[in-house]
Design a protein. Structure first.
Ligand SMILES: [Fe+2]
Ligand SMILES: [Fe+2]
Length: 139
């Protein structure tokens, strides 16, 4: 069950990495307000739902096996992503008021994507293997 959940989360990482790659290309080639709104929606909906799955379902599954587990490690990275998304949204609002440039939006969107991608890697390389190792010890 815990292992299936982790596999599912990794599948989502791959799908979202692909999507971010497409967004980055589109930002350079076909910049539009609609595209920026689509990116904000992706970050606020798809990425946020993924993060909540980890904060709720994954943490719940871990706590069932180890009530002493410190869930802060999982939540901290997500708050960093949420801050980057907020920066992008603020920049987009400024852009619509003529106070920020297209390049500023591209910069903040790429920054948010980089933080998300690094976070996925960290989970796949450290957090998930740690959980799998702990699960063996808990059995
Ligand atoms: Fe995460
Ligand atoms: Fe994740």
């Amino acid at each position: 069950m815990l292992n299936e959940l982790i596999e599912h989360l990794i599948d989502e990482h791959q799908a979202y990495n692909q999507k971010m790659k497409e967004f980055q290309k589109a930002l350079e080639e076909n910049f539009s307000n609609e595209l920026v709104e689509e990116i904000i929606n992706f970050l606020e909906k798809d990425i946020e739902e993924h993060a909540e799955k980890e904060e709720n379902d994954l943490v719940e599954a871990i706590l069932k096996r180890n009530p002493d587990y410190d869930e802060e490690a999982i939540i901290f990275g997500h708050n960093t992503i949420r801050e980057a998304v907020q920066d992008l949204k603020d920049t987009y609002e400024e852009f619509k008021q003529g106070k920020a440039k297209k390049e500023d939006i591209i910069k903040y969107a790429n920054k948010a994507f980089t933080i998300v991608k690094d976070h996925f890697l960290e989970e796949e390389n450290f957090l998930f293997p740690d959980i799998r190792r702990m699960e063996k010890e808990w059995l």
